[in-house]
Design a protein around this ligand. Structure first.
Ligand SMILES: *[C@@H]1O[C@H](CO)[C@@H](O)[C@H](O)[C@H]1NC(C)=O
Ligand SMILES: *[C@@H]1O[C@H](CO)[C@@H](O)[C@H](O)[C@H]1NC(C)=O
Ligand SMILES: *[C@@H]1O[C@H](CO)[C@@H](O)[C@H](O)[C@H]1NC(C)=O
Ligand SMILES: *[C@@H]1O[C@H](CO)[C@@H](O)[C@H](O)[C@H]1NC(C)=O
Ligand SMILES: *[C@@H]1O[C@H](CO)[C@@H](O)[C@H](O)[C@H]1NC(C)=O
Ligand SMILES: *[C@@H]1O[C@H](CO)[C@@H](O)[C@H](O)[C@H]1NC(C)=O
Ligand SMILES: *[C@@H]1O[C@H](CO)[C@@H](O)[C@H](O)[C@H]1NC(C)=O
Ligand SMILES: *[C@@H]1O[C@H](CO)[C@@H](O)[C@H](O)[C@H]1NC(C)=O
Length: 606
């Protein structure tokens, strides 16, 4: 009876969906470019559709993990048997050695095909299923997993498994935007840089922007990575410089002995392994060629030479595209968050510590030099260093929370990229913007302070908006003297307060107290213009109302009574397939499914 039901529901699925929706987004999941994922989201239906192509004629798998762990992972495994029948089902990781088929099957197969060398599997599921063995698909940076074996014996742990951080809620592809008919390209690249024999290198260099006689708009950035058979370039950031006269020449460690190589902190664009190009929305571009515009950038290339290979020469960077066909608005970038200064501190040994920085736009007009038009925020880039685990940026108007403008609760330092909002959000003069950053320092024994080095921390959100004004940054920090006093230290001014934080003995109680106090004391809000005019005010931190999680949607098929458990002993051996009496039930189900699929194909007229 169960099988009959299953048969029918699968049939329904097929007749409804015998064509896969257009999948706009795609990425290779591995450095060798062999595992290819295409996907798209239907926000109205809260439905995600995937198509995985893997270089195997055996089983293939795709799903989500908690930080690359198999324990708690949620994935599907499918494949085409040598006789053309197919199998497909929803699994989860029980521990690092065991996976189990879910009781509740929440992924729907759309198609499963195989050619001489690869298998392609298309399927869909809701963002939130009602199964505790599935992970939610959100606008956070997700950790995805893909795996495959050489044959149809699902011996998961013997397969090739790859992991990748991915942001799935992309908004538009380049094809959907409007490219200009006339454009020029210009490369921001390293020039024969000898990559040090070192795990991690941050190479920085200052490069002039193109010199143009008339105003142009930069509308696109595209990665230019020196091709290699290993992943060497981990990520690239481009920062705009306000003032070129103080910039050093050559290439050097961004956060090393010479602090000048950390100048220019306004991130314009970021690229990370696996990322593609980034194009600004139709309405806007970065202005170059007028006296108000930046003339130089800092290029920061992060190399990971984990195999310590000597003699590597690199020419990676980003190519920018610019056009004389002006878009309606010049874009601006507003740097928000916690003021980058050692007043920002994070205690050691904590699983979660929140920092807050507020921006109050009430006084923008006084230093802007002209009225400040409404800021149409269309995108953002979130930035912390290695201890950062999550960020939330919240917009308030008249003391009321308007929206959580941007958030990533699973931030990955190695996937910093500009992300577009689904719809532009208007920030009016007088609005407040609060940034909350969550850190984890379980691996640290010393305090972490705010600062430019990767060992220091930051808590920043760069808001991309139009039309631009003269304000470049608006950041807050807590009244450190009061924080120190609350933690039982003597301090009669901010400098003493900063020193006194070093004397606090950190345990879970003092950590919680520090977090609470930093949130409750007054904030000092520093606003700067592109000409380095500074103004400071006091402010305070408002509470954040969490966003409601989406309701879950239950479309699951119950799994047949028999549970299949794979340790190291495969169930689907070729012998089993030939022997009726030890034929596992779920294989039968799989073959039924294959049958319906074949039916669908003929119905679909393919
Ligand atoms: C399937 O592949 C696994 C290793 O990937 C191997 O141990 C096993 O013998 C293979 N099974 C068959 C039937 O070829
Ligand atoms: C950009 O412009 C093109 C052509 O005018 C239009 O088709 C497209 O919808 C626009 N895209 C956005 C995101 O506004
Ligand atoms: C990459 O290519 C180099 C030669 O360019 C070769 O020595 C090395 O073995 C290759 N590495 C891999 C992982 O294929
Ligand atoms: C730019 O740098 C020069 C040289 O360091 C300095 O004299 C000038 O004041 C700076 N201008 C601004 C606006 O910071
Ligand atoms: C920037 O400031 C100048 C005065 O210093 C003012 O004339 C100009 O209008 C301002 N620009 C914008 C976009 O607000
Ligand atoms: C806080 O408690 C956790 C366990 O609950 C422990 O692992 C951690 O070391 C403690 N941190 C400090 C600073 O004592
Ligand atoms: C903020 O303003 C106060 C007084 O107006 C001044 O003492 C303090 O140094 C300023 N802080 C910063 C960081 O500019
Ligand atoms: C922002 O500034 C306005 C005007 O000075 C003030 O009334 C408001 O309390 C400030 N908001 C915050 C969060 O500091």
């Amino acid at each position: 009876m169960k099988y009959l039901l299953f048969f029918i529901s699968t049939l329904c699925l097929c007749s409804g969906h015998h064509t896969i929706p257009l999948l706009r987004f795609s990425v290779f999941l591995d450095p060798r470019h062999e595992i290819y994922l295409r996907w798209d989201h239907d926000d109205e239906d809260a439905m995600m559709t995937f198509e995985l192509q893997a270089p195997s004629t055996g089983w293939v798998a795709f799903g989500f993990t908690h930080n690359k762990k198999i324990t708690g992972a949620d994935f599907v495994i499918g494949g085409v048997l040598p006789d053309g029948n197919i199998y497909f089902s929803d699994w989860h990781g029980v521990n690092e050695e065991t996976i189990l088929e879910d009781e509740s099957q929440d992924y729907e197969l759309l198609s499963l095909t195989q050619d001489a060398t690869s298998t392609t599997m298309a399927f869909q599921r809701y963002f939130r299923t009602c199964d505790q063995n599935d992970l939610d698909i959100t606008g956070d940076t997700l950790r995805v997993l893909a795996a495959y074996g050489t044959n149809d014996t699902i011996d998961f742990f013997k397969g090739r498994i790859v992991h990748k951080s991915l942001f799935l809620m992309l908004q538009s592809t380049e094809e959907e935007l409007q490219p200009p008919s006339v454009y020029h390209v210009y490369d921001l690249k390293l020039n024969d840089f000898p990559v040090p024999v070192d795990d991690t290198t941050y190479a920085c260099t200052f490069i002039p922007l193109p010199i143009v006689k008339t105003k142009h708009h930069i509308y696109k950035f595209e990665p230019q990575i020196t091709p290699r058979n290993i992943t060497l370039v981990h990520h690239i950031l481009v920062y705009a410089c306000g003032n070129a006269s103080a910039l050093p020449s050559g290439v050097s460690d961004c956060y090393g002995a010479d602090p000048a190589f950390a100048l220019c902190s306004q991130v314009v664009v970021g690229w990370a392994v696996g990322g593609g190009s980034y194009m600004f929305p139709n309405e806007t571009g970065i202005s170059i060629g007028t006296p108000l515009d930046p003339q130089w950038i800092r290029l920061e290339v992060h190399f990971s030479n984990f195999d310590l290979i000597p003699g590597l020469i690199d020419n990676s960077g980003l190519r920018l595209y610019y056009t004389p066909e002006l878009r309606p608005h010049d874009m601006g970038i507003l740097q928000t968050g916690v003021f980058i200064f050692p007043i920002h501190f994070i205690p050691p040994g904590t699983d979660s510590f929140m920092s807050y920085g507020v921006c109050n736009t009430s006084h923008f007009e006084e230093i802007n030099g002209a009225p400040v038009p409404d800021m149409h925020v269309f995108g953002y880039l979130l930035h912390t260093h290695l201890a950062g685990r999550g960020l939330r940026g919240v917009l308030y108007r008249n003391g009321q929370q308007v929206t959580i403008l941007c958030e990533d609760n699973k931030y990955d330092f190695n996937l910093q990229e500009a992300r577009n909002l689904k719809e532009t959000v208007v920030m009016k003069p007088g609005d407040e913007f609060l940034l909350e950053c969550r850190y984890q320092t379980l691996d640290r024994t010393e305090l972490t302070f705010g600062g430019p080095s990767t060992l220091n921390e930051m808590c920043l959100a760069f808001l991309f908006y139009y039309p631009r004004n003269n304000i470049s940054s608006c950041m807050g920090y807590p009244d450190i003297q009061h924080v120190a006093n609350e933690l039982g230290q003597e301090a009669s001014d901010a400098v003493e307060g900063m020193m006194a934080i070093n004397l606090v003995e950190w345990d879970n109680d003092t950590i919680k107290k520090a977090e609470k106090t930093c949130k409750e004391v007054d904030q000092i809000v520093i606003i700067k213009t592109i000409d380095e005019v500074v103004r400071n005010d006091t402010g305070f931190i408002r509470d954040i109302i969490d966003s409601e999680p989406l309701p879950c949607k239950d479309i699951s098929h119950p799994l047949a009574k028999r549970q299949a458990k794979y340790l190291t002993t495969p169930l689907l051996t070729s012998e089993a397939m030939g022997t009726k009496d030890i034929f596992p039930l779920h294989v039968l189900r799989v073959i039924l499914l294959g049958f319906t699929w074949l039916l669908c194909i003929s119905q679909g007229g393919l």
